[in-house]
Ligand binder design. Structure first.
Ligand SMILES: Cc1cc2nc3c(=O)[nH]c(=O)nc-3n(C[C@H](O)[C@H](O)[C@H](O)COP(=O)(O)OP(=O)(O)OC[C@H]3O[C@@H](n4cnc5c(N)ncnc54)[C@H](O)[C@@H]3O)c2cc1C
Length: 243
């Protein structure tokens, strides 16, 4: 048997590896998407995240998690979209220091719960940068099964906070919580029952991602509208945060 075995490529889903930044796109004044080429890439499930680790010359380390925004069909690379927090340690480093060609230390993909395994119908509800893992799900569905019922309900503060603005179309319902464009005819204010109902998705599976407050509020709304807890998967990005 031994001679028929082929060598197995060394792959380490949980191990640290050094990726190369191949492109940087400014999505909004506060968010940038980083495409990172990985030597030990493995296909992720939409919804999963990577850990990123920074080490300074004194050996001090800071580690944070960032969701994958890209579809697993983008072989060999992942896209991470990072919101710049003014007083943060890691996110300003990415925004202000990292350039195309730089090397970054990452490991992943992680998470077995907040992942889309092709269940349907799907309702995605995101607040602010919480849209990132939802975009991985949406992008993957567009490329693999575009007719599968899926809708994104996306809450942002104002026009300049719309991440992936050039990719949002009929499968997305936007709401502006602070300042809508003048000609805006859509929803204003926080996500409510009316907006969720307008998405027209029967209870199947819901992915809710954003700040703690956002996730709490939206999950409660869904429960009040007949969704069961087992149908709602949540991911929380930060300790606090108003939308
Ligand atoms: C599973 C998972 C996936 C994530 N995916 C993404 C992603 O795709 N894109 C992304 O931008 N972030 C994502 N995050 C959040 C990210 O991991 C960091 O927490 C965030 O970038 C802040 O790190 P920092 O070092 O810049 O700030 P820190 O130095 O950690 O914090 C600075 C200050 O901001 C507060 N703070 C920390 N995080 C947040 C937050 N999210 N919102 C508001 N205030 C905060 C802290 O309490 C502190 O006061 C994810 C988090 C988790 C757990």
């Amino acid at each position: 048997m031994a001679e028929r075995m082929t060598p197995v490529e060394v792959r380490a889903p949980g191990g640290w590896q050094i990726g190369t930044v191949t492109s940087i796109k400014a999505e909004t004044p506060r968010t940038k998407s980083f495409r990172i080429k990985l030597p030990m890439w493995i296909a992720h499930l939409p919804g999963q995240h990577y850990d990123v680790r920074l080490t300074d010359p004194d050996g001090y380390r800071a580690q944070r998690s960032y969701s994958v925004a890209s579809s697993p069909l983008d072989e060999g690379e992942v896209e991470l979209t990072i919101d710049r927090l003014e007083d943060g340690e890691v996110s300003p480093y990415f925004h202000d220091v990292v350039e195309v060609g730089d090397l970054v230390e990452v490991r992943g993909p992680f998470a077995s719960y907040f992942v889309w395994r092709m269940e349907k119908p799907v309702l995605l509800l995101g607040g602010g940068s919480g849209v990132v893992p939802l975009m991985a799900i949406l992008r993957h569905r567009r490329r693999t099964m575009p007719t599968l019922p899926m809708r994104l309900v996306y809450s942002v503060r104002s026009t300049e906070d719309v991440i992936y603005a050039d990719e949002l179309d009929d499968d997305t319902l936007l709401t502006f919580t602070r300042e809508a464009p003048e000609s805006w005819k859509g929803h204003r204010g926080r996500i409510d029952r009316e907006l969720i109902a307008a998405a027209g998705i029967e209870p199947g599976i819901a992915f809710v991602c954003g700040s703690n407050g956002f996730v709490e509020t939206v999950s409660r709304l869904l429960l009040g509208m007949g969704w069961e807890a087992r149908q709602i998967r949540t991911e929380r990005f930060g300790p606090t945060g108003a939308l």
